[in-house]
Design a protein around this ligand. Structure first.
Ligand code: G3P
Length: 232
């Protein structure tokens, strides 16, 4: 499963991209509204920081404006994928944009029925929200199973697990065969942590420290980084 980062923060993308685990990013109006500065600049910088598709969302309730905004968002960077909210207007806009060769991420999808329509309209990604289903006591795992199965014959559309709130959501999405999950930085950081890893590192370091000659051996083995020669 490919991991995208779900954020409007350039700093978060740069921090997590350094781990080598990201294949793209998603933004949305709420995430961008949390950030200072020019949203177009933020989207461009996120595209430069992560080597993969970056979703930027239209904000309109009519298909014509969605299409115009989508074309404009594409102009920000070659990596931009246009995010379109699900609905009749969004489906019509998706069909138009897809016909122009523009990748569309249809978002705010909460059922297999919606996911099928999004795929048929030409969506490249179908963003299925897990956290918000759980928020209203709907079993997000059961819905995701239905969506993954319903779209298995849709060659062009990929199920994108979104509204991820816990490492458990990420693992469930992978286990159910989602090709992509978009994950907030906070959850990616949670995925790092396990007490046995921390105690294991501490034990390796303590045992190593008990034999100082081993540390000397490794230091001697390790070439020193070349110091920059001061300009004369
Ligand atoms: O990509 C969609 C995601 O940002 C929504 O997450 O936590 O607001 O449901 P959340």
């Amino acid at each position: 499963m490919r991991l995208f980062i779900d954020t409007g923060s350039v700093a978060e993308v740069r921090e997590l991209a350094a781990w080598g685990v990201l294949s793209g990013a998603t933004t949305n109006p709420s995430l961008l509204a949390r950030e200072d500065g020019d949203p177009g600049e933020a989207i461009r910088r996120i595209c430069e920081a992560v080597d993969g598709p970056v979703s930027a969302e239209v904000v309109s309730e009519d298909r014509e404006t969605m299409v115009l905004q989508g074309r404009a968002l594409c102009g920000l960077h070659e990596h931009v994928t246009v995010k379109v909210p699900f609905g009749a207007e969004g489906l019509a806009a998706t069909a138009r944009l897809a016909a122009e060769g523009i990748d569309v991420n249809v978002t705010l999808v909460f059922s297999a029925a919606q996911a099928l329509l999004a795929a048929r309209a030409g969506a490249r990604y179908v963003s299925c929200f897990l956290g918000r289903l759980d928020d209203v006591a709907v079993d997000s795992e059961a819905v995701l199973i239905e969506i993954v199965h319903a779209l298995r014959s849709e060659e062009a559309a990929e199920v994108l697990a979104a509204s991820i709130r816990t490492p458990g959501h990420v693992v469930t999405a992978a286990r159910l065969g989602c090709p992509v999950a978009t994950v907030p930085a906070s959850v990616l950081r949670q995925m790092l942590v396990h007490p046995l890893t921390a105690s294991g590192i501490a034990r390796f370091e303590a045992d190593w420290a008990s034999r100082p000659e081993l540390a000397r051996w490794l230091d001697e083995l390790t070439p020193r980084p070349r110091l920059a020669v001061a300009a004369r």
